[in-house]
Design a protein around this ligand. Structure first.
Ligand SMILES: Cc1cc2nc3c(=O)[nH]c(=O)nc-3n(C[C@H](O)[C@H](O)[C@H](O)COP(=O)(O)OP(=O)(O)OC[C@H]3O[C@@H](n4cnc5c(N)ncnc54)[C@H](O)[C@@H]3O)c2cc1C
Length: 502
């Protein structure tokens, strides 16, 4: 058996790949350029506050969803208590009306038809779709690459009862749905729930259906303990990790990946290499663009990506009685627009740590405001350190002035300010153009099946958010599981995901 595998990156995909490789008897070493596990799934502390940089919802947070089993296999659950939000987001309008996206479908339906009785037919059809999706339980554990005719038939049969809902909603975006609503407030407020261009309605509906099932909650303690739990599982299984080890080249001989070269010049030989690092850097830098075809080039030239974020963390010395625990976030209008990132901003969304007391000292609150931004602008600013610092300060000032309009007196209570920019995400994780979740899902990209190997290159695999449009933690873990299943098949081994064995 060709038994050594080197893995680039200790994000959730890399750690998961390491766990599954160890469960199947491969010797593994993960090379991570940072000093911490988690990649994008991270958090940082400032003056006693924790700024959580990732998890809002974790699909598979309860056994009612199939992803739970995967999280169990890699040791991520059950570790942290789970908090399930009653409200996905509250969107406040200028006229004083509020759209509350309850996670309970019956409550949501009653609220929506109350707000917009003239749209009750369309809203009824939509919530019926949600109920149908709440019963969807597709077998995700088997890699599509290995599915034979019987496997494909089994999947198709399970899918059959849901075909109608997919046919109705898979080609529609959230914005298109809103345009069909007659109620002016709902037409304006609805798209703000997923304020991303061409966001597929089916993806929004799946998210709400999972939350309705109480299977997509928030792990108390947040993202870093989640990543640490998978790291602990990997180490317990006997895996090795080298931190502070940036891979600069994937070594190739006769079109086979044979190891990696780290920034200190050392060559590390292995039988196989898995890249769980950024897709663009892997293909065009670590492999010099030698194993790439038109399809892959087209993805990176044309597909939309999740925009990079300006991410403002604030520590405030007060509680928020008007921000009930069960509300994940509030989006509110700014009667006096503020300038942020060089442009006028008329609405902000904020999240408060009210549901996770571990993120702020007692009697205090950690707030987060995320604003889509431009990678080019912040990469250029970063090269001029004085301007960069001044612009970050201006961003924080704009956000605080905006929050003050919704929460009068708040600016007096701010005692910690932290601003991460698109350049920060890029520096910290290497993700292409600072993207926070890889390929943006659209009705078109959701149908794409991306390859986890590269044309002409053997013994090499890719896992993580760049091999599955939509990104997120579950595809990061599942793509790793799938690749190890593929490797076991190549080696004529029975894939093992037994959580007790190494
Ligand atoms: C603000 C925010 C909120 C989010 N909210 C959610 C959410 O609620 N739910 C959800 O499911 N997902 C969420 N996500 C998305 C989720 O965090 C990512 O999709 C997921 O963590 C990607 O994991 P990954 O392992 O594929 O990639 P990454 O996390 O990017 O990991 C790649 C790793 O590779 C390392 N690396 C890169 N290049 C090299 C190199 N050359 N040498 C060595 N190491 C290298 C990096 O340092 C990093 O550790 C959110 C992300 C952000 C930023």
């Amino acid at each position: 058996m060709r038994e050594t595998i080197h893995i680039i990156g200790a994000g959730i995909a890399g750690l998961s790949a390491g766990c599954y490789a160890r469960m199947n008897g491969y010797r593994t070493r993960i090379f991570e350029m940072h000093s911490l596990p988690g990649g994008l799934c991270t958090a940082w502390t400032r003056n006693g506050y924790t700024i959580d940089g990732c998890i809002h919802w974790l699909v598979g947070s309860s056994p009612k969803n199939r992803f739970y089993r995967m999280w169990e296999e890699v040791g991520a659950v059950p570790i942290q208590p789970i908090f399930d939000h009653d409200v996905f987001v509250r969107i406040e309008g200028e006229s004083g009306q509020t759209l509350t996206l309850y996670t309970d479908i019956d409550r949501l339906h009653a609220h929506l038809t109350d707000l917009a009785p003239e749209d009750c037919d369309l809203l009824g059809e939509w919530t019926r779709g949600l109920r149908r999706l709440a019963r969807l339980d597709l077998p995700i554990e088997r890699p599509p690459e290995l599915a034979g005719p019987i496997g494909k038939l089994g999947t198709a049969l399970r899918f059959l009862p849901h075909v109608g809902v997919f046919r109705r909603w898979a080609g529609t975006t959230v914005q298109q749905f809103a345009e069909d609503l007659d109620n002016p407030f709902l037409r304006e407020a609805f798209p703000l729930a997923f304020d991303l261009p061409d966001f597929p309605m089916i993806a929004m509906m799946m998210t709400l259906a999972w939350m309705h099932n109480r299977a997509s909650g928030y792990p108390i303690g947040g993202s870093l303990p989640f990543a640490r739990a998978i790291e602990a599982r990997y180490l317990e299984l006997g895996g090795e990790i080298e931190y502070g080890a940036r891979v600069e080249e994937i070594l190739v001989e006769e079109n086979r990946a044979v190891g990696v070269r780290t920034a200190d010049g050392t060559e590390h030989r292995a039988n196989r290499v898995i890249s769980a690092a950024d897709g663009h850097a892997t293909i065009f830098e670590l492999l010099g663009g030698r194993y790439c075809d038109e399809t892959i080039r087209d993805y990176y030239d044309h597909l939309p990506i999740f925009p990079p974020l300006l991410f403002v963390g604030l520590g405030v010395n007060r509680t928020f009685e008007d921000f009930p625990d069960a509300v994940s976030g509030i989006s509110f209008p700014l009667p006096d627009p503020v300038t942020i990132d060089g442009r006028p901003v008329t609405r902000l969304s904020v999240q408060a740590s009210t549901f996770d007391p571990s993120l702020a000292p007692s009697g205090k609150t950690a707030l987060k405001v995320a604003i889509p931004s431009s990678f080019e602008r912040w990469a250029a600013l970063r090269a001029r350190s004085d301007e960069y610092a001044a612009e970050k300060e201006a961003v924080a000032g704009g956000v605080i002035r905006g929050l003050e309009q919704r929460f009068p007196g708040l600016s007096e209570d701010v005692e910690m300010i932290d601003v991460a920019t698109p350049a920060t995400w890029h520096r910290y994780t290497g993700n292409w153009r600072g993207s926070f979740e890889g390929w943006l899902p659209t009705p078109r990209t959701l149908r794409l099946r991306m390859s986890k190997t590269l044309p002409g290159l053997y013994d090499f695999y890719m896992v993580g958010q760049w091999v599955q449009p939509g990104g997120g933690l579950p595809p990061a873990g599942m793509s790793a599981r799938h690749v190890l299943q593929m490797i076991c098949r190549e080696d004529n081994k029975r894939f093992n995901a037994d959580t007790r064995t190494a």
